[in-house]
Design a protein around this ligand. Sequence first.
Ligand code: G3P
Ligand code: MG
Length: 252
Amino acid sequence: MVMNLPRPAIFAHRGASAYAPENTLAAFKLAVDQGADAIELDAKLCADGQIIVIHDQTVERTSNGAGKVADLPLSALQELDAGSWFGLEFKGEPIPTLDEVFEAVGQKIFINIELTNYASPRDLLPDKVAELIKRHNLQSQVMFSSFNPLALRRAHKLLPENFLGLLTPAGIAGVWARSWLGSCLVPYGALHPELKDVTVKLIARQHTRGRRVHTWTVNIPEDMAQLFQWGVDGIFTDDPLLAQKIRGEVQV
Ligand code: G3P
Ligand code: MG
């Protein structure tokens, strides 16, 4: 459970993505080896309804393929090389399914599953993810986050015990989500604002309401130190090693 993680918790954003290609088994396994408290990953459905772990709606940036994830079947996605763009030592690293991630690290580390059905907000992603969590018996090892209130509400209906993080768009676009409206729409336990929107006041206000604050994406030591001093409950970082070092220094 998220409450059992160290505070502040260090979430390896898309895995240890400063050291290995994001959202691959290599990055998730490395996050475990580096001692991150949790990993974050981006889940969405491909053309034949399988749950795929990839950030973008298209495959170009992080693989040698082309096209939209939603238009590609699992068999085509599995042929892609999602490692070479990052470094030749990762050549052939595949785009994983959520099933494969659960199999590889589900028993080893807490997982923040971002429901990224932003192009199809009412699709079956939450239902399929919930079913997979139950199949792997990982209910106590996962939480959900999303910018999509519908996905979070659906996940909550299916797995009411699981913790929700409401991702809030940066700046003015996310004012509604960080206000009372966000909490009316989603029964979230943690606000997930962008780094620049976090203030000591925002953290205090959430704490008064019994909620946590997990912020993204924090890669600069000075930002980490300030957030830790302000009492943030967690950060998403590409560099879990650096974050552990800074946490150690701040807590001394
Ligand atoms: O969950 C934090 C962060 O991953 C949200 O933004 O675009 O990196 O998925 P993004
Ligand atoms: Mg994400």
